[in-house]
Ligand binder design. Structure first.
Ligand code: PLP
Length: 388
C-alpha cells in the first residue's frame, strides 16, 4: 500500500519542459531554451579546478554529515561580512542543492493539522513539500502592480492558530520581484506577536539584485531564533549541476535537519564541497559579471516583450526571470507554453507551473544570449499575431 501523502506531491514542470525541449532538439528542431532556471554561464574555471584538485588529492570519502567545517566557516565569514551577522557554524548545514532545505523544513515544521503560508506564484517545491508533509498550504498573492513584491499585511492576515511556518522568497522565482527592506521589516515586526511561527527565507537569488543592495533576513536579530535561510551555489556561481546548497537552521531544529540529512543523503559529494569553498573564498568578479549581464538582459527582454501587442511585462528587480502578463493573447498560459515549444521552438514555462495565480503569465528565463532573447521575443510576437 502506498503512502497516501504521495498523491499530494507536485513537481517542477521546468524539468519536463527541459526533457521535451531536449527531445525536440534531438529530432532536429532548433530550440531557444528560456524554460529552465539556470545560468547560461559555465562554472568559473578556478572553481572547476578546485573540484578537480580535490579529486586528485583524494577527497573521495564521506565528509561530516553537516558538511566540511572549512566550507561552513567560509559560509559564515561570507554572510557575516555581507549581512553583518551569521549564526554559528553548528547551525549551517551543507545540502545537495538548496532544494532539500525546503523538503526538510516541510518535514520538520509541517505535518497534519499544521498550516504553512507560502507565495502563489512561487517555486513549486514549496507547495509540493508542504502538502506531502500533511500540512495545508495557505497561499498569499504577489501583485503585478506592486512589482511582485510581497505585502506583509497580507501575509500576516493569513495567520491562524495552526500556522507553523511562513515562506518568503526575494528576489523571487518566477516573477523577478524584489521586496523592499521596509516591507520585510514590517513582516518581522508583525511576527513579534506570533513567537511560535518559524520564518523560512529562500535567498538563493540574493546576489542577483539589480538596483539596490542585496538584503537578507540575517539582518534582523529579533527573528534569528526562528529563522531558516536557504541559499547555495547553484545560481550564484552557475553550479546547478554540482548539487550543493546550504540551510541555516534555528537551534531548535538543526539536530532534526542533520538527522534527516543522515537518513537521506549522508553528506554532500566531497569534491563539490571543495569547489564550493573555492567559489565562496575566491574572486567574486564572476558573480558581479553575471549580475550585470542578467540586469542588462532583464531590460532587454522586458523592452522587447512590451513591444508586443497583448503583452505587458514588469521590469524584474532581480533573479533572471521575466514574468510577462499575457492575458491580452486570450489563450491559457499552458496552451501558450505548449504552442511556443511545439510549433515555434521556444521553451518557456506557463505561469500556472508556479501556482493558480500564475494563470495569464509566462515565465521566461533571461539566462540566454542577447541574440536569442531578441529572437525569442520576435517569435512570441509571431505567435501573438497568429502567424505560422
Ligand atoms: N529556491 C528557488 C526559489 C529556486 O528557484 C531554486 C531553483 O530553481 C531553488 C530554491 C533550488 O536550487 P538548487 O538547484 O540549489 O536546489
Amino acid at each position: 500500500m502506498l503512502n497516501e501523502n504521495l498523491f499530494d506531491l507536485g513537481t517542477e514542470t521546468a524539468f519536463s519542459v527541459l526533457a521535451r525541449a531536449g527531445a525536440l532538439e534531438k529530432a532536429g528542431c532548433s530550440i531557444i531554451n528560456l524554460g529552465i532556471g539556470q545560468p547560461d554561464f559555465s562554472t568559473p574555471d578556478h572553481i572547476v579546478e578546485a573540484g578537480i584538485k580535490a579529486l586528485k588529492d583524494g577527497a573521495h570519502g564521506y565528509t561530516p554529515s553537516m558538511g566540511l567545517i572549512s566550507l561552513r566557516e567560509a559560509v559564515l565569514r561570507d554572510l557575516s561580512s555581507r549581512y553583518g551577522y551569521c549564526p554559528p557554524i553548528s547551525r549551517i548545514q551543507i545540502t545537495p542543492g538548496g532544494k532539500p532545505v525546503i523538503f526538510m523544513a516541510a518535514m520538520i515544521y509541517g505535518g497534519k493539522d499544521k498550516e504553512i503560508i507560502l507565495p502563489d506564484p512561487s517555486f513549486p517545491i514549496y507547495k509540493s513539500s508542504v502538502a506531502y508533509s500533511g500540512a495545508k498550504p495557505i497561499t498569499y498573492g504577489l501583485s503585478e502592480k506592486n512589482g511582485f513584491a510581497f505585502d506583509a499585511d497580507e501575509i500576516l492576515s493569513k495567520i491562524t492558530s495552526r500556522t507553523s511556518m511562513i515562506i518568503i522568497n526575494s528576489p523571487h522565482n518566477p516573477t523577478g520581484g524584489v521586496t523592499s527592506p521596509l516591507e520585510i521589516k514590517k513582516l518581522v515586526d508583525g511576527l513579534q506577536s506570533y513567537p511560535s511561527i518559524t520564518l523560512f527565507s529562500d535567498e538563493i537569488y540574493d546576489r542577483f539584485v539589480f538596483e539596490n543592495l542585496p538584503h537578507s533576513l540575517l539582518s534582523y536579530p529579533e527573528i534569528q531564533d526562528r529563522l531558516i535561510i536557504l541559499n547555495g551555489w547553484s545560481k550564484t556561481y552557475a553550479m546547478t549541476g554540482w548539487r550543493i546548497g546550504f540551510g541555516i537552521w534555528p537551534e531548535q531544529s538543526v539536530e532534526f535537519a542533520d538527522k534527516i540529512g543522515v537518513n537521506y543523503h549522508s553528506c554532500v559529494n566531497a569534491a563539490t564541497q571543495h569547489a564550493a569553498q573555492a567559489a565562496t573564498t575566491g574572486d567574486q568578479k564572476c558573480v558581479e559579471n553575471m549580475r550585470v549581464a542578467f540586469k542588462r538582459r532583464a531590460k532587454l527582454i522586458t523592452e522587447n516583450l512590451n513591444n508586443i501587442t497583448g503583452i505587458n511585462c514588469q521590469l524584474p528587480g532581480g533573479a533572471f526571470y521575466a514574468f510577462p502578463n499575457i492575458t491580452g493573447l486570450e489563450l491559457a498560459s499552458d496552451d501558450i507554453q505548449n504552442k511556443l515549444l511545439d510549433h515555434y521552438g521556444v521553451a518557456s514555462l506557463a505561469g500556472t507551473a508556479f501556482g493558480d495565480n500564475g494563470e495569464g503569465y509566462l515565465r521566461l528565463s533571461s539566462a540566454n544570449s542577447d541574440e536569442f532573447l531578441i529572437k525569442a521575443c520576435k517569435i512570441i510576437e509571431e505567435l501573438a499575431n497568429g502567424q505560422r
